[in-house]
Structures are given as structure tokens and as C-alpha cells.
Ligand binder design. Sequence first.
Ligand SMILES: C[S@@+](CC[C@H](N)C(=O)[O-])C[C@H]1O[C@@H](n2cnc3c(N)ncnc32)[C@H](O)[C@@H]1O
Length: 258
Amino acid sequence: MSSIDTRQGSVQHPRRVAVVVETDNPRLIKESKNILQHIKTTTQPGDVTLRFGERGVELHSSNQTHKKGQRVDFLPIVHGVRTLSKKQPLPKAIGPYTSVVDATAGFGMDACRLALLGFSVTAIEQSPIVSAMLRDGIWRAMENSTAKKLLQDNLRFVESNAIDYMNNHSPDVIYIDPMFPPKKKKSALPPGHIQMLQAVVGFDDVEATSSLFQTALRSATKRIVVKRPTEAPCTGENPIALYKSKLVRYEVYAPFSK
Ligand SMILES: C[S@@+](CC[C@H](N)C(=O)[O-])C[C@H]1O[C@@H](n2cnc3c(N)ncnc32)[C@H](O)[C@@H]1O
């Protein structure tokens, strides 16, 4: 077992991740070697364990390694495709456009939903750990004929800092879903998969979100959509539309150049 320190870039307070490899699958061995090469290793024990095993690439809370871990799994979303609709707040915020860059892919759930609704989605993720989980999830989705048919033409994944990507591409719409800082009230803890993601990547501070937003305003040709908690102030000054759901709000902005 090795431990890796995920503290890097603009994110704040991620925890230490232990890496366990329990497979001889060449695809997973390659991913684990890539992780260990690209991130600084430490000798301290991890708070969270990244396991390469028979279920793919999974994150476990270190005190619950016997239970099923968190992995990227698009199949439940694909099987629930009939519950998706363009009348829901996020697709309404994206609007009638085709090419969407999801600048903050995370576990790819929003990107997958948008791809299933027919948008052409490029999902960008900068964390090497989350990227390995996304590649694993996409690999398993492509092994399923229904998921392959519905996703293979509409969902692409790029491991990159989204700022670099946006500086070199001009999609119709850029979608930003930053990692919100943790709430103070314990009763307001985010869902389990977001807590796990937060443990690995930390949260985005105001400057990190602002850099993403300013770059998106220069790069998108039609719209920028930002997801925010309902109680948070707006990211920019003049949203052209707001679409609300119970816990979050989607803010829509016009790009600079248009
Ligand atoms: C809240 S999560 C996104 C969740 C995602 N919308 C979903 O449905 O699963 C935010 C993600 O954005 C990533 N991220 C933050 N800043 C980034 C950047 N500049 N470039 C690429 N990824 C970034 C973080 O590593 C994290 O995985």
C-alpha cells in the first residue's frame, strides 16, 4: 500500500489517499501506475483508500474497506434514461445548443445525463484520481450494449485543467459545477458520493471558481451555466436566466464576445 497526497492546484483541504492494487487486470495496473507516478507519494496512512480491484477503480472510507466503495457507474443513469427530460433545470439552462463542455466533470453524473438527452458533451476533469475513476466508468459503460449505444457518440472525457482546455476550444455552452465549500451545519452534509469526492479533491475556493468562470466567459460562444447552492450569491453580475431546483440554482450567462 502507498499513500498519496492530493493537495495540489487551487483546491483546498483534500485528505490523504491510500492506494491498494488487488488485481492483475492490465488496464487497472496501468491506471494504478499512472496514479503513483503523477502524484507525490507519502509514507503516512490514508484517510481514504483508492482500490484497484475486481469492481474496477473504487474509493473507500478507510474504516469501511470491506463495504462496496464509490466508483463511477453510468449504468443506473442509463437505465433511468426515461426519467430524464429537457424540461429539467440543467438542460433548460443549457438551452437549444449542441456542444457542451462540462468543465468540472467530477464523477460524470451531469455529463452522462446531458449526453443521454442528446447533447454532445466533452467532460473535463483535472484530478488524476477522479480521471482514473471516470476512465474506468466509461470503460465499463462501453461493455454494456445499451449504454454504449446511447453514450458512445455523445460523451467524451479529457483529463486536463479546464482553464487550459477552454483557452483552446470554443464550444456552444460551458457548464461549471464547482465543489462547494462544506456547510457548517452537520445536518446539511452533502450526499455520500460528494463527500467522497470532497475527500479527494477538496473544495474550490472563490478565486478558483472565478478563474473558471472568467475563462468560460471568453471561450463559450452561446452560454455559460454555473451550478450554485440556492443560498449562495450569484457568480456573475448579470445572469440572463436562473433555473432553480430544491437545493441548487443554475445561473445562465451570455459570453463576453456575443
Ligand atoms: C462538484 S464536482 C462536479 C460534479 C459533477 N457535476 C457530477 O455530476 O458528478 C467538481 C469537480 O470539478 C473538478 N475541477 C475543479 N476545478 C477544475 C478545473 N479547473 N479543471 C478541471 N476540473 C476541475 C474537481 O476536481 C471535481 O472533481
